[in-house]
Ligand binder design. Structure first.
Ligand SMILES: CC(C)(COP(=O)(O)OP(=O)(O)OC[C@H]1O[C@@H](n2cnc3c(N)ncnc32)[C@H](O)[C@@H]1OP(=O)(O)O)[C@@H](O)C(=O)NCCC(=O)NCCS
Length: 226
């Protein structure tokens, strides 16, 4: 809203701009400065938001044993339902769930131009699984699959396989070579290891006593550029 205050202190509305001038010398930039922000930060947030909306609208239909499942990008309001999926798996400690939440919040804040790429599987309009992955710093082609989780209500139907295939396709499209997934070597993670093997992953590194004494870090990897 373009306002001017005259010499008697009366405000006048000159016009309402649906699409204001966002140039650094225009009124919006001055308003941002008065509000304590910067026009550069505003540009960054606007681009991240546009990218986030675009990514959320890219939907791939994946065929699973439970029917066709849409896979899409992170959408506004997804963080809490996706944290709830992590909790319902019963596979993660509270501190691990906290880290998962931080990843989702960062992805939500930065959009797809940020580090974390998040993809969400839906069933009957509700999020039932998700992946988060990103290019490992200092590598130009190795990607880390940081998180994959599927709601126990729909596990065993192929949703996890669909999510991991979707991640691999995205990494391949971006010119990546490796998808790596770290997990724990304890018995509690046998099912997770079986899942990675069934999806074509092999152990590429093993470091004993990594997480705790008796709890190794097992890194599964798959080349996706072949
Ligand atoms: C691991 C997880 C993502 C698998 O998702 P899912 O949707 O149940 O897996 P899928 O139905 O797509 O299974 C894909 C393949 O893995 C195999 N698999 C899945 N779970 C398995 C298990 N518990 N034991 C053995 N094999 C298993 C399936 O048999 C299937 O193979 P097939 O298609 O050749 O028959 C899911 O169980 C989960 O969220 N677990 C808890 C969280 C976790 O451990 N995440 C990984 C660490 S971050």
């Amino acid at each position: 809203v373009d306002l001017r205050i005259d010499e008697q202190g009366r405000p006048w509305v000159l016009e309402v701009n649906g699409n204001p001038d966002i140039g650094p010398g225009a009124g919006l930039a001055r308003m941002l400065r008065v509000a304590g922000g910067t026009v550069e930060d505003f540009y960054r947030r606007m681009v991240a938001e546009a990218g986030r909306r675009a990514a959320a609208s890219v939907v791939v239909q994946a065929e699973t044993r439970g029917g066709s499942v849409p896979l899409r990008g992170l959408a506004p309001g997804d963080v809490e339902p996706l944290v709830a999926v992590l909790e319902r798996t019963g596979a993660f400690r509270d501190d691990e769930v906290d880290v998962g939440r931080e990843v989702l919040e960062e992805a939500d804040r930065d959009g797809p131009s940020g580090h974390y790429q998040v993809r969400v599987a839906e069933h009957l309009g509700q999020p039932v699984g998700w992946t988060a992955y990103g290019l490992i710093p200092l590598s130009d082609g190795a990607w880390d699959l940081y998180w994959i989780a599927v709601d126990p209500a729909v596990q065993g139907l192929g949703v996890g396989r669909a999510l991991i295939a979707d991640c691999e396709a995205d990494v391949r499209r971006r010119g990546g070579r490796w998808v790596l997934a770290e997990t724990s070597g304890t018995d509690a993670y046998d099912a997770t290891c079986a899942f990675y093997r069934r999806c074509g992953y092999a152990v590429v590194s093993f470091l004993g006593d990594f997480y705790r004494v008796g709890d190794a870090r097992v890194t599964f990897g798959k080349r996706v550029d072949g």
